[in-house]
Design a protein around this ligand. Structure first.
Ligand SMILES: Nc1ncnc2c1ncn2[C@@H]1O[C@H](COP(=O)(O)OP(=O)(O)OP(=O)(O)O)[C@@H](O)[C@H]1O
Ligand SMILES: [Mg+2]
Length: 245
């Protein structure tokens, strides 16, 4: 598998407050890579720096090119897509119009079949088809999440970055979201997944990083990290206790 993303010595922060102090991360074509870690560790900061929403220093190689120096829109055109923690939909527009807007990348690249992405998204999220005319601002939390992911997929990204897709969702919908991540993986979409739900993230991912206070504290094959005593104690502890209770 070839390297899609290679991050070396990434530094980013807010004003004088350094958050990332030299982060290294890599992701190969077709992989699901997860970054887990405590609140405030810098997970969202990492995604925002990669996307170009936040300035950063260090090397970001994506699909053979250095992204530093490219702004957000240029990175979108290169094939990066971010579903941010705050879903940022066009609330006064319909579900379908939100999705169509997501298609501007393939449209601008002259891919005439870009609209064919729409039925694919509806197939992944039948609920969105049912609600295609509803205003995005009136959707439930879970439906908004589906729409945010669907809109990102409309861009036909090379790398889909998801910031806590399960946040605030009921367990059944969380299951749905992870099922969809697994399905996307099968269709060859590369995914960088940030999650609080470490157990589910390690189940779906190929490779995992543990980010603690701006640095990678641990990394390895997801299945191995799921067995690592430190990871189990810190991130999977309550689930283990629940399971053995
Ligand atoms: N816009 C901002 N201005 C100042 N500080 C910020 C800003 N955004 C984030 N921070 C700080 O940067 C640090 C890392 O935040 P970040 O959002 O990356 O954490 P996170 O790992 O995503 O946490 P969580 O799991 O809670 O989402 C935190 O201490 C946070 O308070
Ligand atoms: Mg975050």
């Amino acid at each position: 598998m070839s390297e899609l993303l290679q991050v070396v010595g990434l530094q980013a922060g807010y004003g004088r407050a350094e958050v990332l102090t030299g982060l290294n991360l890599r992701l190969r074509q077709g992989e699901v890579v997860t970054v887990i870690g405590p609140n405030g560790a810098g997970k969202s900061t990492t995604l925002n720096a990669l996307m170009g929403v936040l300035p950063s220093r260090g090397e970001i190689r994506f699909d053979g090119e250095d992204l530093q120096g490219l702004d957000l829109e240029q990175r979108v055109m290169k094939g990066l897509a971010l579903v941010p923690e705050k879903r940022e939909l066009f609330t006064t527009m319909s579900v379908e119009d939100n999705l169509v807007l997501g298609g501007f990348r393939p449209m601008r690249l002259g891919q005439r079949d870009w609209r064919e992405e729409l039925p694919r998204v509806y197939e992944l999220f039948p609920r969105l088809r049912e609600r295609r005319s509803q205003l995005a601002g009136t959707l439930s939390g879970g439906e908004r999440q589906m729409l945010a992911v669907g809109r990102a997929l409309m861009a036909r990204p090379k790398l889909l970055m998801l910031d806590e897709p399960s946040l605030g969702l009921a367990p059944l919908i969380v299951k749905d979201i992870f099922r969809i991540v697994a399905r996307l993986r099968e269709t060859g979409v590369s995914i960088l997944l940030i999650e609080q739900n470490a157990r589910a993230a390690l189940e779906v991912a190929d490779y995992a990083y543990v980010l603690e206070t701006g640095e990678i504290a641990l990394e390895g094959a997801a299945a191995e990290l799921a067995r690592d005593a430190r990871v189990v104690d810190t991130y999977l502890g309550s689930a283990r206790r629940a399971a053995s209770a």
